[in-house]
Design a protein around this ligand. Sequence first.
Ligand code: GLV
Ligand code: MN
Ligand code: MN
Length: 442
Amino acid sequence: MEAHAISAPPPHRPPAVLQAGQRVIDRCDALGTAPYSDSGDGLFRAWLTPAHRAAQQAIAGWMEEAGMAVRMDAASNLVGRYEGSRPDAPALLIGSHIDSVRDAGRYDGPLGVMLGIECVAALHRATRRLPFAIEVIAFGDEEGSRFPASMFTSRALAGTLDAATLDGVVDGDGIPVAAALAAWGLDAALIGAAARDPAAVIGYLEAHIEQGPVLEAEGLPLGIVTGIAAQLRFNVSVDGRAGHAGTCPMPLRHDALAAAAACVLAVEAAAREAGGDLVATVGRMQVLPGATNVIPGRVEFSLDVRAGRDDLRDAGAGEILRRFRRIAGERGVEIAAEPVQDLGASPCDPALTKLLEQAVAAQGIAPRRLLSGAGHDAMVMTALCPTAMLFVRCEGGISHNPAEHVEAEDASVAVAAMLGFVERLGTTMTAGTETSIVGAGG
Ligand code: GLV
Ligand code: MN
Ligand code: MN
């Protein structure tokens, strides 16, 4: 491993912290295969599936071992609570998601949950109570791998999900969200009951793999997130005319797939030409009727557009939709783009970010600030409370790929920094008379 960029001498890390990092990695790895995957071939854990249920059961056991009282809320979030020094103290929420993309890596999501559990386990071992409770939360659908929109479970908890938003949202098999929730034992009409009282929450901390190459390139195990890029997602449909692949001459065709291909290239060109941090992706496509000897009559595809600022994202999406209209006119097809997700850019809270930065620096690591291009539950949690995010280095910057890898040593440093963060937060809430358990420069 490369040397860390040092801002202060690295503190001594107690063996318990080193073991905690190894346990984080081992647990993420354990969740990477059946029964915690819905796919026999690689990892795919979608929301409200048997793999999700199995993962929740394993994680609930780990939360209990770490000294937490565990429950599942009305939106299917798994919540472990470690009480503070007085009953019913407001809580610091530490969370991330446990769903995955198809053919996923093992750390995108679960890493943050396992790190939260290890923070609580360390406090519990030391019989340390803070002036606030800590709740570790395993969210269900950050990826949107099953339904076209994502973060329903964190939105419910943040109090920004209206049950009506779920109406008409179906998965690839046509199963509505409400039916999936019912099969899980939950009532979609009551999902709002997961909303937390803002007065009972002091903040939200999410640790996540960076999913990019910057930390590795700079020899840093951790980074501090300043904010998360804005996202827009669309379901796009192209309607042409199905026909016989052998008899319909080329000039007379209205091939929906050829038009969709032009759209994909237009998406790429528009984003490249815009420059800056605008990115746009077509990641899913379905061709109908999908036969070798039939000219495609209909194509459906996803469109995901992101930028650090809402106005730049909107301008990029506007240009892409203009290009779609031109392609529709040129090819005699109909193109419709239905918006399915709009998440504004979300800055992290400056005060919590500063505490996190101090906690990272206390680990002997130069505090590197980064914008997150990837979406995270933290972006919806800003509606509920101040948020902070910690990035953990991942090998080669690779993510959404089975090759995703995080070093146990980096996870240990993350646990130590997170403990330093909670101790600092405690100090800001009291006169700071209690002894720190961190022993790690915290
Ligand atoms: C989640 O990984 C996202 O950024 O879409
Ligand atoms: Mn993630
Ligand atoms: Mn992801």
